[in-house]
Write a protein that binds this ligand. Structure first.
Ligand code: THU
Length: 125
């Protein structure tokens, strides 16, 4: 699975976003080490703190399916510029795969950064 394809899947997932409050539609495509892809979208709630981000929606699906080792996650949205994962999502991704790639996109522009680069010194027990 190349990253261009992963980004396309993330954009499709963004189409499923439930975001009536912010109108920020975010999609994620999570690539596991066995080559499977799990998608996620943000799911907002009128009790705002109950909102789940696209990245954590994808992680929840993967882990629930027995997948805990991730190679990359692509994040796409309808916002301007690259959509970086929020702090909580960085921590959740680091729990499973601290060296995974984060694939960012802004339309046709794509770049990959390491999670460890944008989230060094993750909290660990
Ligand atoms: N959001 C994500 O889905 N992922 C992120 O990494 C940052 C924020 C969503 C949550 C909320 O529905 C909307 O974007 C605005 O914060």
């Amino acid at each position: 699975m190349d990253y261009i394809e992963l980004v396309k899947i993330a954009y499709t997932a963004a189409g499923m976003a439930y975001a009536p409050y912010s109108d920020a539609k975010v999609g994620a495509a999570l690539l596991t080490d066995d080559g499977s892809v799990y998608t996620g979208c943000n799911i907002e709630n009128s009790s705002y703190g109950a909102t789940i981000c696209a990245e954590r929606a994808a992680v929840s699906k993967a882990v629930s399916d027995g997948k805990r080792s991730f190679t990359a996650i692509a994040i796409a949205s309808n916002l301007d510029g690259f959509t970086y994962p929020c702090g909580i999502c960085r921590q959740v991704l680091a729990e499973f795969s601290p060296d995974m790639d984060i694939v960012l996109c802004d339309g046709n522009e794509i770049k990959a950064v390491r999670l460890s680069e944008i989230f060094p010194n993750a909290f660990k027990l």
